[in-house]
Design a protein around this ligand. Structure first.
Ligand code: SF4
Length: 210
């Protein structure tokens, strides 16, 4: 796949998906951070249901700490791995208070030092909250990178590093959400909707559906 084809792919996706952004509901960077931690191996829909109630009563590091482990778990019990996530969230809130004046830091190093925050979560925060041109490779982006031929790689990191080189400059900011939303609604895992796909003629997937 050459650079002209890659540019065409992102131009078409950006027309098909006019407002590419996260579907995790949040009204502050802190809320986004908590939602992203909760979203690991869970759906955005499930996280939104839980955070609707949680953020109504606790949407700062101090207030979440006040809930305590059992209190926090009451709100996130429907989410996979909720016990481990609750422990990480409380430890993260404590670190935000003691080391970052209760603010979410805007550097990769500081973000990845927070419990429950790995490279993928840091990339989401850097991109969505701080406008940095990062790409968090989740299951959708990993699949698309390989399936479409945009950035084939055996690991999420390999796909991420290839995408950082392959994505045209003007689409670096939006690439993350364009690819996630394309993967979530069109290029879905089991039965991609190739018949209604705007990049069908550019996609290198051999087993395209009708
Ligand atoms: S043509 Fe099919 S496999 Fe290729 S990007 Fe579109 S939906 Fe995915």
């Amino acid at each position: 796949m050459n650079s002209k084809q890659r540019l065409e792919i992102f131009e078409r996706l950006s027309v098909a998906i006019p407002n590419p952004s996260t579907e995790l509901k949040h009204s502050s960077t802190f809320e986004l951070l908590i939602a992203v931690i909760l979203s690991a191996q869970s759906t955005d829909k499930g996280v939104n249901i839980a955070t609707d109630k949680l953020f109504a009563v606790a949407n700062t590091p101090e207030k979440i700490l006040e809930l305590g482990l059992e209190g926090l778990e009451q709100y996130i019990r429907t989410i996979g791995l909720y016990h481990a996530k609750a422990k990480n969230i409380l430890a993260t809130c404590q670190m935000l208070i003691t080391q970052h004046q209760s603010q979410v830091p805007d550097t990769r190093i500081a973000l990845e030092a927070l419990p429950g925050v790995g490279r993928k979560t840091a990339n989401v925060i850097l991109n969505t909250a701080f406008g940095q041109p990062t790409i968090a490779v989740d299951t959708h982006i990993f699949r698309i990178g390989n399936r479409v031929g945009l950035a084939p790689g055996k690991t999420p990191l390999a796909v991420e590093l290839k995408l950082m080189k392959a994505v045209p400059k003007e689409f670096m900011q939006d690439a993350h959400h364009l690819l996630i939303l394309h993967g979530r609604y069109t290029c879905i895992a089991r039965q991609p909707k190739c018949g209604e796909c705007v990049i069908r003629d550019l996609c290198e997937y051999k087993a395209k559906a009708a």
